[in-house]
Write a protein that binds this ligand. Structure first.
Ligand code: CTP
Length: 390
């Protein structure tokens, strides 16, 4: 399955390093070319000879090799189609996030311009440390996809989140990225976040959308080897194209600019239905009246207009409801004319708006429905893309 694919495995100094011997075998069984690079600390847990035998390749540890005229970190980076850092310790995550290149593994990561999968493993208190969280967030701004650790009994004796995710998951994610890269690239336009409708230069009307679902969809589209364009009201840095917008009108223009060449459009943004009529040029002053009336005018319905003007694009909308979810969604897919409508219940605290999780029902134009059970937004994103590609 993976013949001709070059996988670079980066092993850092955590007890889960021993598990990676089996991961190498899993890739070798599928005929991938595997090369291992590890930190000196990783060799406290697993020997160079073991890794060399399993991968059937030299193992990179030292950065400066007198036998090799080519800088090793660049040649390793050039050769590989994907880099898998597992286990990734808090130390290595933080170094890569800060651009530190003090060993072969971190230097390669800094030079790597293809997808990197990062599978952290550490003590649960280290995992919860906000500095580590911030560094992981920074890694998402380059080509890194984080495979979150699992809950369970940790080698240090603690019970909590920090165990390396399953080898099966690492294997599947790596293979999915490598195999999808073989297929034709598709262009995805994805919108995210709540639009911001100005009242005056200092005040605005908006909503609680965090943009997380839209960002997860764009990340997934990108990691599957597609061209992703994220049109967003929230600040986010990613290795693919980001267009920052504010109001519904800005968003409409930005989407239209990309529309003709798009294969898929997913409107995950919470677009304001109305904007303030005659936005004040100067800050509004308080008056002696107890009431202030703002007049609102209707915004364009971006999704509906796209559906009316589509040629070949597959278009999906989102449907945020606080009551009668499926009834309203069934009405909405007809009104908008989109191919798919992804309905989510915003009245629940454990999913939706600011949560890392979601649970959605995908409605199709022919009336079919599919519910995706509660899962991290990255997993929901993967399943949504799978569904709309069928
Ligand atoms: N949408 C849009 N333009 C708007 C309003 C919504 O493109 N002016 C899109 C959203 O991005 C979403 C879908 O339409 O994909 C449904 O949004 P939602 O807020 O659930 O529905 P509305 O059409 O706004 O209807 P209502 O607020 O009455 O539920």
């Amino acid at each position: 399955m993976l013949r001709g694919k070059n996988i670079l495995i980066g092993i850092t100094g955590g007890i889960a390093a021993y598990k990676i011997c089996e991961l190498i075998r899993m890739f070798k069984r599928e005929n991938a070319n595997v090369r291992v690079v590890c930190t000196k600390n990783a060799l406290n847990f697993v020997t160079e000879l073991t890794l060399q035998n399993l991968s059937q390749n030299d193992v990179g540890v030292e950065e400066f090799d007198v036998k090799n005229y080519k800088p090793q970190h660049i040649s390793y980076a050039d050769e590989a189609d994907i880099m898998v850092i597992a286990p990734a310790t808090a130390n290595t995550i933080s170094k890569i996030a800060s651009g530190i290149c003090d060993n072969l593994l971190t230097s390669i990561a800094c030079a790597f311009r293809k997808p990197i999968l990062v599978a952290p493993a550490m003590n649960c208190n280290m995992w919860e440390n906000p500095v580590i969280k911030e560094n992981l967030e920074k890694l998402s701004t380059i080509c890194c996809k984080i495979l979150e650790p699992e809950n369970g009994f940790l080698a240090c004796g603690y019970e909590g989140k920090g165990r390396l995710c399953s080898l099966d998951k690492i294997f599947k994610e790596t293979s999915a990225i490598l195999l999808n890269h073989q297929k034709n690239k598709k262009k995805y336009i994805i919108t995210a976040g709540g639009t911001i409708e100005d009242i005056d230069p200092v005040r605005y009307i908006s909503n609680y959308s965090s943009g997380k679902m839209g960002i997860a969809l764009a990340d997934e589209a990108y990691f599957q080897g597609n061209d992703a364009v994220l049109i967003t009201t929230v600040d986010v840095k990613r290795p693919y194209k980001i267009v920052k917008v504010k109001s519904a009108q800005d968003m409409k223009l930005a989407v239209e600019k990309e529309f003709d060449t798009a294969d898929f459009v997913i409107m995950a943004a919470a677009v304001a239905d109305y904007r303030v009529k005659n936005k004040a040029e100067q800050k509004l002053k308080k008056t002696n009246d107890d009431e202030l009336t703002l007049t609102l005018v209707k915004n364009p319905d971006i999704l509906k207009e796209l559906c009316n003007n589509k040629t070949h694009q597959i278009i999906a909308g989102f449907c945020a409801e606080s009551e009668n979810l499926l009834e309203n969604a069934a009405k909405k897919i007809k009104e908008k004319g989109c191919d798919y409508l992804i309905a989510n219940d915003i009245s629940r605290q454990d999913i939706g708006f600011s949560s890392e999780y979601n649970e959605v029902t995908i409605l199709k134009r022919n009336g079919n429905r599919k519910t995706l059970e509660r899962a991290p937004k990255s997993e929901i994103a993967r399943l949504i893309l799978k569904e709309i590609n069928e």
